[in-house]
Design a protein around this ligand. Structure first.
Ligand code: NAG
Length: 204
């Protein structure tokens, strides 16, 4: 009798271990898929977004000042130009200088839920779903804090964060404040790095 119980418990322990193993495998595979990111355990955080967000005021040219995660292999002088289309979708043109060449891609943005206008979705391809593009805070004229997070099975999440500026650089204090806002919303920005915005006008 005792032995039987023991075996059953062992058996349960074994299946739990198998489950854990499966989770780890899925985790590792997906991390590889999303490009050597470091995913975080648990579902996406639920940050507060900009109140009374004005899409119209947000339109125009934004420069990438800092980003998460570090993507050292990527280009520099990254900027995005948002314009409203007549069908009220958003034309999103992002550009960067990569290996001395100006690269541009065009995408489409939408407000996914009119009740939450600061929660945009952006896609750069017809075949891809909209990725979240949430404006956590902005004063429209100097800086904007943007966050994008995707849940994977609610087991872990993969996220991106950006500090955007209307100019190619922002005061250090503004960037520090931005980090605080992210951190306050349970977003880990310890790996956030400054974007390279030097010599951008010369190269072209
Ligand atoms: C942004 O896009 C609009 C609309 O296409 C264009 O008129 C404007 O010149 C662009 N601005 C920059 C800085 O590229």
């Amino acid at each position: 009798m005792k032995l039987n119980l023991c075996l059953r418990r062992l058996c349960r322990a074994e299946s739990i271990r198998n489950m854990e193993f499966l989770h780890v495998v899925v985790f590792v595979l997906l991390s590889a898929l999303v490009g050597a990111q470091v995913p975080h355990w648990g579902p996406c955080p639920e940050p507060e977004v900009q109140q009374a967000f004005s899409l119209k005021q947000f339109m125009g040219r934004w420069f990438e000042i800092a980003k998460l995660p570090a993507q050292f292999e990527k280009g520099r002088c990254i900027e995005t130009n948002f314009t409203l289309r007549t069908d009220s979708s958003i034309r999103v043109v992002s550009s960067e200088i990569l290996k001395g060449e100006l690269k541009k891609i065009e995408g489409t943005g939408i407000i996914e839920d009119p009740k939450n206008p600061a929660k945009l979705g952006i896609t750069y391809s017809y075949v891809l779903p909209y990725s979240p593009y949430w404006i956590l805070s902005t004063d429209y004229v100097n800086q904007a804090l943007v966050y994008s997070c995707t849940d994977v099975l609610r087991l872990f999440h993969v996220d991106f964060a950006w500090v955007l500026g209307r100019t190619r650089s922002l005061p250090e204090a503004t960037i520090d404040k931005a980090r605080e806002v992210f951190a306050h919303n349970n977003i880990d920005v310890t790996r956030m790095i400054p974007s390279r915005q030097l010599g951008c006008d010369k190269t072209l």
